[in-house]
Design a protein around this ligand. Structure first.
Ligand code: SAH
Ligand code: MG
Length: 203
């Protein structure tokens, strides 16, 4: 397994694929173990790195992960097969906003796809959360740029940062959830649904 992980890290580096940071995936794995998470939905597979890492947390974990880019999807399928996780990781090749998961519920929803669409993802997929489930979101610091918006030259990137800021406000103002923000990796949030009475301290 270490070799597969190393190869994926090298591939990501060489091909500019943004994969989750070590501290962040360790945090998520800890949460999976601690809360006995069984069903996970991931938005944004890329090459399958975070999905494979999450699957290593426990043999009981089953993951559905969605990727809209064909090349990355193919690479992810290869990696998942190589890791021997094809029975526990289902990769859906589609735009997450077009996927219908009716009838399915998840203990953990990991939002890690297009940063400009986070609010849309949250509003669509919160309906698929099991009681006691949480929504974890990655890259809330957007490579550190969220704090340094004035220095960003690209209008495009500045626009994305604004959207992440709006998402952070959306989480803070969302009465139905308690969201905790963690300064780990590129910035993570964990949103607990309030009426679930399961709000936990993870660290
Ligand atoms: N979770 C991965 C990294 C994901 S990078 C890891 O840590 O290993 C973000 C991915 O989301 C990219 O591969 C991109 O193609 C995909 N993506 C972006 N918007 C999407 C959407 N609307 N639906 C599905 N995939 C999307
Ligand atoms: Mg990420």
């Amino acid at each position: 397994m270490d070799e597969i992980i190393n190869d994926m890290e090298r591939f990501a580096e060489a091909n500019n694929v943004p994969i989750i940071e070590h501290d962040s995936i360790e945090f998520i794995i800890k949460y999976i173990k601690m809360s006995n998470v069984k069903k996970i939905l991931e938005l944004g597979t890329a090459i399958g790195y975070s999905a494979i890492m999450m699957a290593t947390a426990s043999d009981d974990v089953e993951i559905t992960t969605i990727e809209r880019d064909e090349k990355k999807y193919r690479e992810a399928v290869k990696n998942v097969n190589r890791a021997g996780f094809d029975k526990r990781i289902e990769i859906v090749y589609n735009d997450a906003l077009d996927v219908n998961l009716a009838g399915h519920k998840y203990d953990l929803i990991f939002i890690d796809a297009a940063k400009g669409q986070y609010i849309k993802f949250f509003e669509k997929f919160e309906n698929y959360l099991n009681p006691g489930g949480v929504i974890i979101t990655d890259n809330l610091k957007f490579h550190g740029l969220v704090k340094n918006k004035d220095q960003i030259e690209s209008r495009n990137v500045r626009g994305l940062v604004t959207k992440i800021e709006k998402y952070i406000d959306f989480l803070k103002e969302n009465e139905a959830y308690i969201t905790k923000f963690y300064d780990i990796g590129d910035g993570l949030s964990v949103s607990f649904r309030k009426n679930d009475e399961n709000v936990q301290n993870i660290d």
